[in-house]
Design a protein around this ligand. Structure first.
Ligand code: AMP
Length: 420
């Protein structure tokens, strides 16, 4: 071990486990790519104000969890705690919304940072794949995103997840509800922190995880009873489209989510094998966010799925991903001359699209065959002086154990045809 360790709340992705993370990212991205979403990458840090205004001044993310710092040049920046505000900022900056092709559909994948109390499934550095559809108000777009996330999870083999769905209303109907809820909450006996939250963001009190708080909330006014006709019809349409697609969901009137920018549709994907950190992904509509960060009105919807928690969910369900072998052929040279010849064969195999690796460092046969085994290769190529003198190499099928001599001149084409 060195003097240094990974910082608290972080961990390193190492082989062979790291292959599963790549596969999860790929599985989430695939349905998006096939549905018209283009890849976007934004910087790992932004002006701290973007998140303060976008995510919300009163949210835990902004008040407690942001890695904010001042640069030598005096700029106030923050490591990104989430993706939506950055993606919208980038889209507005590049005028993607003016190219006459709304919605602007984008997907991304990257690292996010929150100064949280670390525990299983909750880290200070984590990884998300996200999708945003910017500039269009259409219930089919909300439904599309939920269906694509469902498809991604299912393609990985996940089954024990649930989709929670809610509508948070819009700027027309939410204020009246907010006031009614505040009236109700002010009459309750609650701790000081929560009382403060009543004044800043009362809806957040609804999804307080503490049972004693939940007990007091019985009889609280529900947003459902305050939704305006527009929001009601919109929500019904999202629900109908999901039902028609055969995607099961649960109505959860207390689903508020920890970011202030949501309007109308909100949803969360929860997995029942994860204990307290059960949300594997979440998202919703954010019709007001563009204006909050100085842009034009651009109704939008998006989600972010957590890669770390999706991997934990796969483990919880005992799902083994069908990962492709990383090495198909492993070459074991015995002696100097064989090293040169087999290294040439390996290079040729690689250029021909065959995944191949090589016994470096002049190990003996036993040690090199051990490495060949570990590599998971289907075939080993072994050659010593006598083989080379005869113009052959030994081709060993690592599954059956069978070995045969193959002409050196034809071994590459032989392997390519065997590996299909
Ligand atoms: P959020 O933007 O908070 O809704 O996060 C979306 C998803 O990202 C969550 O459902 C988690 O899967 C993942 N996520 C958020 N925060 C963390 C964290 N601290 N550690 C690991 N995953 C996280």
């Amino acid at each position: 071990m060195s003097t240094f360790q990974a910082p608290k709340g972080t961990y390193d992705l190492l082989p062979p486990d790291s292959a599963r993370y790549l596969a999860v990212r790929e599985a989430i991205a695939a349905p998006l790519r096939d549905s018209g979403y283009g890849y976007i990458e934004t910087p790992g840090f932004e002006d701290v104000e973007l998140f303060a205004r976008g995510v919300g001044e009163s949210t835990d993310i902004v008040t407690k969890e942001m890695y904010a710092f001042e640069t030598k040049g005096g700029s106030r920046l923050a490591l990104r705690p989430e993706g939506t505000a950055s993606v919208l900022r980038a889209a507005l900056e590049a005028n993607l919304h003016k190219a006459g092709n709304l919605p602007v559909k984008l997907w991304y994948s990257g690292s996010y940072y929150r100064y949280e109390r670390p525990q299983k499934g909750r880290y200070r550095h984590f990884s998300q794949v996200g999708a945003e559809a910017i500039g269009t108000e259409d219930p089919a777009l909300d439904a599309e995103l939920i269906i694509l996330a469902d498809q991604a999870y299912r393609s990985l083999g996940l089954r024990n997840f649930r989709i929670l769905l809610n509508s948070l209303g819009d700027k027309e109907c939410r204020p009246a509800y907010r006031e009614a809820l505040q009236g109700f909450l002010r009459g309750l006996e609650l701790d000081e922190d929560t009382r403060r939250r009543i004044e800043i963001n009362p809806l957040r009190v609804l999804d307080d995880k503490r049972t004693e708080v939940q007990r007091r909330l019985t009889g609280a006014p529900m947003l459902r009873d305050y939704l305006c006709d527009g929001c009601k019809a919109y929500h019904e349409e999202v629900r109908a489209l999901l039902a028609a697609a055969g995607v099961a969901f649960e109505d959860d009137e207390k689903l508020v989510r920890g970011l202030d920018y949501y309007t109308r549709t909100t949803f969360e994907f929860v997995h029942d094998g994860l204990g307290s950190q059960s949300a594997v992904g979440g998202g919703g509509r954010y019709d007001g966010l563009s204006e909050m960060i100085g842009g034009p009105a651009l109704p939008s919807v998006g989600w972010a799925l957590g890669v770390d928690r999706t991997v934990l969910a796969l483990e919880a369900e005992g799902v083994e991903l069908d990962l492709p072998r990383s090495t198909s052929v492993y070459a074991v040279p015995l002696g100097e001359e064989a090293r040169r010849v087999l290294f040439g064969v390996v290079t040729e195999l690689r250029r021909g699209g065959v995944a191949a690796d090589f016994g470096f460092g002049g190990k003996g046969l036993k040690g090199a065959m051990k490495n060949a085994n570990r590599s998971g290769a289907r075939y080993a190529l072994v050659a010593g002086e006598r083989d080379l003198a005869e113009g052959v190499v030994q081709l060993k099928d690592m599954e059956s154990g069978e070995q045969q001599a193959v002409e050196l001149a034809t071994v590459v084409s032989e392997l390519r045809s065997r590996l299909g």
